[in-house]
Design a protein around this ligand. Structure first.
Ligand SMILES: Cc1ncc(COP(=O)(O)O)c(C=O)c1O
Length: 297
């Protein structure tokens, strides 16, 4: 059994898939989302391909938003496997850094239905990054048939879900406007941190041609690509100097980044002053490791 894994991607998706013993196939992404020619080739011809992980909006870690065409091509897939499903993890659906910039994507459930594939997708969301990680609530949307099946399975997995916490969320947010208003407050906290990080990267690295990085309009991460063979060394050097980052390689299935170049930057948690210190240290490590590599070559 195989799953397609757009890369770089979310380490937990890959961890879950690995735990179930499912083979993972990396799929490259560009600014419009996964390489759809490759996705179609696998899904439409290989019946051992049973799923694909997607973070369609402000993807983890790139911040990429899937284009309208990408979403429509997903909905129009003609899977060789009858039980193929798209795992549409819309974890950052409302997590705009610039709430006035509209980055809406088509509704995958509606598109799948229009394309005659109503049962092909499960869409997920959660308030982990809206209220509290580990104390939020999760949501899933899918066709009636899929919801029936999942409800049956969940009824064996969970006897007593946290109804009080669900009620707390409903009373606090009330409706989707309540959620959006709350997320604007998050954006006000996060925007300066992203902007400070990006400004420093731009100022210190953009002329050197030793790295590239994404400039997301939402989500939680910046995806940074160093020169080939440098990511592990950079993350290790940062750690030695006191800045712990997500392990290099974690953004790829099996932790194997074939180029050893991708690093996930999460400028969300530390206060602004600490971010400035941490990013300047990161930049120094990038420069040191890159110089070593250039001298070697
Ligand atoms: C894409 C994605 N999905 C899910 C989650 C976690 O959500 P939950 O805590 O509800 O499992 C994260 C958190 O980083 C994420 O980036």
């Amino acid at each position: 059994m195989k799953f397609l894994c757009p890369v770089p991607g979310y380490d937990r998706h890959f961890g879950i898939t690995a735990q179930f013993g499912i083979e993972m196939i990396p799929i490259p992404m560009d600014e419009n989302g996964p390489d759809m020619d490759l996705v179609e080739e696998y899904v439409n011809n290989d019946e051992t391909v049973k799923g694909i992980w997607c973070v369609p909006k402000y993807s983890n870690p790139t911040g990429i938003v899937y284009s309208e065409e990408t979403v429509k091509r997903f909905a129009a897939l003609k899977p060789a496997a009858k039980d193929f499903r798209i795992y549409w993890d819309n974890a950052y659906a409302l997590h705009h850094l610039y709430p006035d910039i509209d980055v809406d994507i088509p509704n995958i459930l509606e598109e799948c239905e229009k394309a005659g594939n109503p049962d092909m997708v499960y869409q997920f969301a959660s308030t982990s990054k809206i209220t509290f990680p580990g104390a939020g609530i999760a949501a899933m949307s899918a066709s009636e048939a899929n919801i029936e099946e999942v409800k049956y399975r969940l009824s064996w997995q969970t006897i007593g879900y946290d109804k009080i916490n669900e009620l707390r969320h409903v009373r606090y947010f009330k409706n989707v406007e309540g959620l959006s208003t709350h997320l604007k407050k998050h954006a006000d906290i996060m925007r300066p941190k992203f902007e400070a990080t990006l400004e420093m990267l731009d100022k210190e690295l953009s002329d050197l041609k030793i790295a590239s990085w994404t400039k997301p309009l939402g989500g939680y991460f910046i995806s940074f690509d160093a020169m080939e063979g440098c990511a592990k060394k950079i993350v290790a050097k940062c750690k030695e100097a006191g800045v712990t980052m997500t392990a290099a390689g974690a953004t790829f299935p099996y932790g194997l980044d074939p180029k050893d170049s991708n690093i996930r930057i999460a400028p969300t948690f530390p206060p602004l002053e600490e971010i400035v210190t941490a990013v300047s240290l990161f930049i120094t490590c990038v420069k040191l490791v890159s110089v070593e590599k250039l001298l070697e070559g």
